[in-house]
Design a binder for this molecule. Sequence first.
Ligand code: IVH
Length: 688
Amino acid sequence: MKPVEDLTEIEAAAELERLAAEIAYHDRAYHERDAPEISDADYDALRQRNTAIEVRFPVQIRADSPSHRVGSSPDSGFAKLRHRVPMLSLDNAFDVTDFADFVSRAHRFLGTSGEMVFVAEPKIDGLSINLTYEHGRFIHGVTRGDGTEGEDVTANLRTMKSVPDRLPGKPPALIEIRGEVFMTKADFLALNERQAEAGDKLFANPRNAAAGGLRQLDSRITATRPLSLFAYAQGEASEAVAETHWDYLRRLSDWGFSVNPLSRRVRDAAEAEAFQTEIGLKRSGLAYDIDGVVYKIDALTLQRRLGFVGRAPRWAIAWKFPAEQATTILQDIRIQVGRTGALTPVAELQPVNVGGVLVSRATLHNEDEIARKDVRVGDTVVLQRAGDVIPQIVSVIVERRPADAVPYVYPAICPACGSHAARPPGEVVRRCTGGLICPEQRVERLIHFVSRTAFDIDGLGEKSIREFYAAGWLHSPVDLFKLPEREAEVAEREGWGKLSARNLTRAIEAKRRIPLERLIYALGIRRIGEANARLLARHYGSYLEWRAGMNAATIVGSEARSTLGGILGIGPAIAEELADFFDEPRNVSILDELAAQLTIEDAAVPEAADSEVAGKTMVFTGTLETMTRPEAKARAEALGAKVTDSVSKKTDLVVVGADAGSKARKAQELGVKTITEVEWREMAGMPD
Ligand code: IVH
């Protein structure tokens, strides 16, 4: 084989093509047929060669390059593909006030007022997918997955009539089209009938049936499942295809996609409310399930300016229909112990269908809620389910209460470890005081650690964690990375086997490399959810900086503590929570052992690592004339800058608007660079 340095561009392209096909072939042999044909070492060598050529000839990287596939998930058998543009979710509105708030937030961000046009589209309850077209040809289709990467279901999508294989006319060189795969209610019922006749499994609702159809390893089966698609959004595109979302939908339909015919433009909250009522009345008569209406700001320039916050766009909202209700019998109240020791009451119900979903559990929130509603075992209760949220118990039908039902007594000891369960004054949650001795807290922390939004270890869910914990193999997260040493033992266990044990090892090894924010989140520190973990990662940048910062912040009144509490969105209470965690020597030693097992990636500087302001600390002062403060700040952060409120020696850049006062003066005194608003727009690449 020729050394990579000696390859010509043409030879490189040819070899990348061959490698893509060869690696895909072996992926299928391994994951779909469970029959690998080459050794792991030979397989790795193919991938390494592929990467080496790509590094030398980046322009030759193929759309179907194996390096876009970030490993396969052993349990699903589908290759994973990273989305070029993340697939996000939507914030919810439940009434006209929520909708009006959404509109004012957008106006405030943009510094505008007056009329704003929205496109309203029924919100289909299906699965979102991303379809990539290159030069008009359908190249691949990927499920949403966790929003960052999804499963490659191209072969299955090719069986669907509603997914055009070619786009007519002159489409952009690269365009990604997003939409919802779903099954109509009639198709769902007919499919279930066929399944019943054949003695196959029944689906709970059209959404599950659509998911089942799309996630078949054999696309011949998918071809027999009646799947439909509505297209409604864009991902990456090499050129703009429309100026408004409305026109974009028209382009989609010209290209042969189905666009929901009920979509309509509305101009304000009153029109949106009228549309909501209209669709609500049509809902039960529609051929497919919907759970609300999505409203999107029509002007794409405004969408671009508004951008995203967290995981949702500022330019769209899902206005959900009211929750669906049903009644059933409360069979038992079980107390769950969470990873932070919180005791949560869970209602065990006689299974009941609520708006198309079979429900057998609901949350009872907390001790006070049970007392307030006087919920008793044996009661008939009204159950409610709204969207994806956990079903809730709304009320008790007291007339149907059995004569022997007694008021529920909330436990004062932890059901898992027997420790005292304390409820601090002013708090609603009772917590197990067992800490590290409580087995439930420990196992829940491990479950959290491997969960999808944390380390996301494929094939290692709650069930396996509990199994390995019971076997005495897992005491702390560090032990997870020792599981590969037990591969042979795992393979011998009931329900496992050589292949699944091998897959588990691979899945664990694949996660030795982890982004800082995921690691921070995975630790399960109280009040450090995904958003706060991201804030911390972005502020400190690297693991070592963060670790040192946290260590120093354990000292009350230290500068490190006030820096931590001063991070926008963190605040002193969360800073104290973090300090408490780092004050516990066991936590620190586990973290250090863990870090030694991992390669922790520095926080990603979003969008443009090469932007002039990436990694810089900026301050905006004075009145900005062409954009609002929030917009300026969001843009700066998107370019990787940190925006703070006050000017100090650490400030790198101050943008000085009109009538700037003391901050501009201070910048000058300290010799900090200042620029005008116009210069800032140029630097930030914002169109005039
Ligand atoms: S737009 C960034 N439009 O709702 C905006 N989503 O909660 C991305 N959905 O994952 C979504 N109908 O599965 C959009 N007309 C529609 C939709 C729609 C259904 C689903 C989609 C998405 C979820 C967001």
